[in-house]
Design a protein around this ligand. Sequence first.
Ligand code: GDP
Length: 305
Amino acid sequence: ETLDKGLEKSKTSFFDKLNKAVAGKSKVDDDVLDNLEEVLVSSDVGVTTTLKIIKRIEARVAKDKYVGTDELNKILREEIAGLLSEIDSGNETEFKLPKHENGPHVIMVVGVNGVGKTTTIGKLAKQCKNAGLKVVLGAADTFRAAAIDQLQIWADRTDVPIVKQEMGSDPASVAFDTLQSAVQQNADVVIIDTAGRLHNKVNLMNELTKVKRVMQKVIPNAPHDVMLVLDGSTGQNAFEQAKQFTAATEVTSLAVTKLDGTAKGGVVIGISDQFQIPVKYIGVGEGINDLQIFNKFEFVDSFFK
Ligand code: GDP
């Protein structure tokens, strides 16, 4: 129910467009397929994934065969869910993090400024606390003073310890301290914020690689999760950022934010498919509780209701 509410904009628009695309059509002809293609592309599903979906529909429905609007909707919904199902994730309905024998679960969060990285970390910290997990935050985005301050605000708000240093200090050193502190405190989860400057790809790669390497001095297989945060309302920009970050480091999960303020939720489908990275969380508001566990079936269903 909350998912439906959070995605109101995405949902209404996608559903409306979809219905318009097939309205009055009694068979799946080129016209219908063209319209569908347009709806998917304009909802930011992306061209590659759109063509994949269209192909599947073509393969499933003999062209020019009579199919009612309801049935066409159903087919489309199944094909999109099927696409997301090829990535082995998105089945969860409740918040759950893996446990490790040698220390806390370490999440390194990456993404450019302004996408909602800090907010997502704060919301995630809250979910951890709600689940009874002990969390430590690490302010390794040392490039901007505001980033450290913002994270501190979220640490206060969620009543979670934070490890930080001066602005301009070595991010790897902050990450190292954070992990050490977390191990000492017997924490369950560590969430490390990192700087997201994209102006120099080599720098980004070097910095993230170094942060990871230094973390591994404390916990050999850390980070367990490299989560890329993307702003779902930015369409092609989000695709471009996914491309750059996946080239710079091994991204293992996605959090897509601001889906409450966009009519283009299709970006979740496209990016997940194109980069074969599971979406773990979606942000549907600015509040502390506006982070939802991504469940592909619920998500796809919410578009077609
Ligand atoms: P950062 O620079 O990536 O750390 O971005 P912030 O976490 O500071 O967020 C930037 C802005 O986006 C803030 O005004 C947040 O309140 C807002 N924001 C973050 N996530 C969401 C979301 O899911 N929905 C909405 N509507 N706003 C969000």
